[in-house]
Design a protein around this ligand. Structure first.
Ligand code: ADP
Ligand code: MG
Length: 332
């Protein structure tokens, strides 16, 4: 294995051509210029082997999937990618071949999204852990957030969901089997498409936005809670993947879409007045934002839902309350 410093130089210090980088990999810290009129948008994501991805998946796929997932948070805020840091914790026996493959996947993805690597940290650890801090730029005051959905807004999705969840069982059974040009279900899992262009186009159109990482129902409830409103989702309107329907049937494909994560499509709300403009962006209208119905216990004057931490009031599916069952992925 390479020493720590050889490794950084060999795998993570490729030439960067970016006018805003004042200092990149190699010094104690990076320095980036924020152009006037813009704000810095930052997000950090950790992926742990065999929790977020199968440890035996091809290294270049692990790398570029991790970066795509991280960049998706920038898309959700309407930001243009600017730079990223990589903190890598590697098992001691990691081979140079693995590292080179990881580095090439990371670099290919960084080039695709035009996001330079400007620094990081490298340590040894019993488990492979990848932490990516991404940063982007958004015009001052224009970032898309979760807390401004308005009653009457349409709810939109940027594309098909449920495809990664449909692929997951096979991916976990045979992580090494995926080939780069494979166009089956698993492509959605390994190559999530961070919606960077769309996110920026939604500035000035959408009232609220987020990316879906943990399942539509659960993530939609985050917009509802932040905006203090109720999201009614029309199941018929959710775009499902044809391969998922063919393999698992309509009912299961819908369940994958509602409760499965890892698709990284954008979920957003926007006023009726811009419906036509958003249709032109090839998005799917999947419901509408409603007034929150508070359920007050008539005897005690206490909001039952606050006491029970119930999800019920935040999300409706086809005008119905969603009972019990998990809404999506949770770590704890
Ligand atoms: P320090 O000890 O000052 O924190 P390090 O010795 O950890 O610095 O890192 C040396 C340089 O290499 C720093 O510029 C750091 O940002 C960069 N670096 C370390 N690990 C990585 C990595 N995995 N990817 C990119 N840059 C890295
Ligand atoms: Mg230092």
């Amino acid at each position: 294995m390479l020493t720590e410093f050889e490794l950084i130089k060999h795998c993570f210090n490729w030439p960067q051509d970016n006018e805003y980088i004042i200092c990149g990999v190699g010094d104690d810290a990076s320095i980036i210029q924020v152009p006037s009129g813009y704000e810095l948008v930052q997000s950090i994501d950790t992926q742990v082997a065999d929790v977020h991805f199968p440890a035996s998946a091809p290294a270049q796929l692990i790398a570029q999937r991790a970066l795509r997932c991280a960049i998706s948070d920038l898309a959700a805020m309407g930001a243009k990618p600017q730079a990223f840091h990589l903190a890598l914790s590697l098992p001691k026996n990691t081979s140079q071949t693995w590292l080179e493959s990881f580095s090439s996947g990371l670099r290919a993805c960084a080039n695709e999204y035009d996001i330079p690597l400007i620094g990081g940290d490298t340590t040894s650890s019993p488990t492979l852990v990848i932490t990516l801090q991404v940063q982007g730029l958004v015009p001052v005051g224009k970032a898309l957030t979760r807390d401004k959905a308005q009653v009457g807004d349409d709810i939109w999705l940027s594309g098909e969901i449920g495809r990664s969840a449909a692929a997951l069982k096979n991916i976990l059974a045979t992580p090494e089997a995926f080939r780069e040009n494979d166009n089956g279900l698993a492509a959605a899992y390994y190559y999530p498409q961070a919606q960077i262009d769309l996110g920026q186009k939604l500035i000035g159109l959408a009232n609220s936005a987020m990316d879906i990482s943990d399942g539509l129902l659960q993530d939609a409830s985050h917009i509802a809670k932040a905006s203090h409103c109720c999201l009614n989702i029309e199941s018929q309107s959710i775009p499902l993947n044809i391969l998922s329907i063919e393999q698992f049937g309509q009912t299961q494909a819908l369940q994958f879409a509602l409760r499965g994560g890892d698709d990284y499509q954008l979920l957003f709300t926007a006023p009726l007045a811009v419906r036509k403009k958003i249709n032109n962006l090839s998005c799917y209208r999947i419901g509408s934002v409603r007034e929150l119905v508070q359920k007050i216990d008539s005897n005690s004057d206490i909001d039952i839902d606050i006491v029970s931490h119930s999800q019920e009031k935040w999300i409706l599916l086809d005008d119905q309350i969603i009972q019990n069952t998990s809404m999506g992925y949770q770590h704890f």
